[in-house]
Design a protein around this ligand. Structure first.
Ligand code: NAD
Length: 248
């Protein structure tokens, strides 16, 4: 059991990578705080964690008060917070830069970037007090190698990669590791907001991945487990592609 006795908070835990990671972290002994703006989705995840200790917190990661409350809920319930997994994110259908409206830009940045910052902001004092912790952020291969038409999404994820490195530097003296994942396309509801139901769009994504398939939520959860576990004790400031070679 790689996470025995640890307390892990996961945002976006109601679906996709967040749900799969919650399941794997719980199997590995973690007590998991499941955070999502969609409370019923988080409860559905909780229902799959048989026999594991978990809590659900409905929170919107774009709101400072909500992110403060989610961290507080973890500490009140379990007395500590060892792992913060900032994973919630959104995307939009591809479009040329000049057709991106201001509201869309702001919304993407608010969820994908500010949400990560706010999670860190409120977890850091807790982790400093404890003498250490681990932060993991979900970036994207889009932040390393953007696709056409993904300007706000790719930019937000590129910024998450930089945030991760800057924070890793700042927090190393406090024994807090900070890393991020850069997954390639996986068939989750988020991907459907980009490719819709067009099988050809999905096919062309697949064709651009040297390994020859999309990522699965389990691929991403296993990489997340590695980075948040003590196996990765020497890794900080790393952006780990889970991309079948797409970023090469
Ligand atoms: N699926 C992919 O192809 C892919 C590839 C690379 C990176 N990612 C990233 O992985 C992360 C998870 O994506 P996924 O594919 O599992 O998506 P998903 O749509 O399956 O799940 C995202 C979850 O985040 C929640 N969420 C959205 N906005 C929120 C907010 N403001 N506050 C709290 N929760 C919120 C949603 O309710 C949902 O449950 C995202 O950051 C995404 O950008 C996804």
């Amino acid at each position: 059991m790689k996470l025995q006795g640890k307390v892990a908070l996961i945002t976006g835990a109601g679906s996709g990578f967040g749900r799969a990671s919650a399941q794997l972290f719980a199997q590995e002994g973690a007590r998991v705080v499941l955070v999502d703006v969609n409370e019923s989705a988080a409860r559905q995840t909780q229902a799959t964690l048989e026999g594991s200790e978990s809590a659900v917190v409905a929170a919107d990661v774009t709101r400072a008060a909500d992110t403060a409350r989610m961290v507080q809920a973890a500490v009140e319930r379990y007395g500590r917070l060892d792992i913060l997994f900032n994973n919630a994110g959104i995307s939009v259908p591809p479009r040329p830069a000049e057709d991106v409206d201001e509201e869309t830009w702001d919304r993407i940045m608010a969820v994908n970037l500010k949400g990560v910052f706010l999670g860190c902001k409120y977890a850091i004092p807790v982790m400093k007090r404890q003498g250490g912790g681990v932060i993991l952020n979900t970036a994207s291969v889009a932040g390393l190698r953007p696709r056409l038409g993904t300007l706000p999404y790719a930019t937000s994820k590129g910024a998450v990669i930089t945030l991760t490195k800057a924070l890793a530097l700042e927090l190393a003296p406090h024994r807090i590791r900070v890393n991020c994942l850069a997954p390639v396309a996986a068939d989750t509801p988020l991907l459907r907001t980009i490719v819709g139901d067009d099988p050809q769009a999905l096919q062309s994504r697949m064709a651009s991945i040297p390994w020859g398939r999309l990522a699965t939520v389990e691929d991403v959860a296993r990489a997340a487990l590695y980075l948040v576990s003590d196996d990765a004790d020497m890794l900080t400031g790393v952006c780990l592609p889970v991309d079948g070679g797409r970023s090469l």
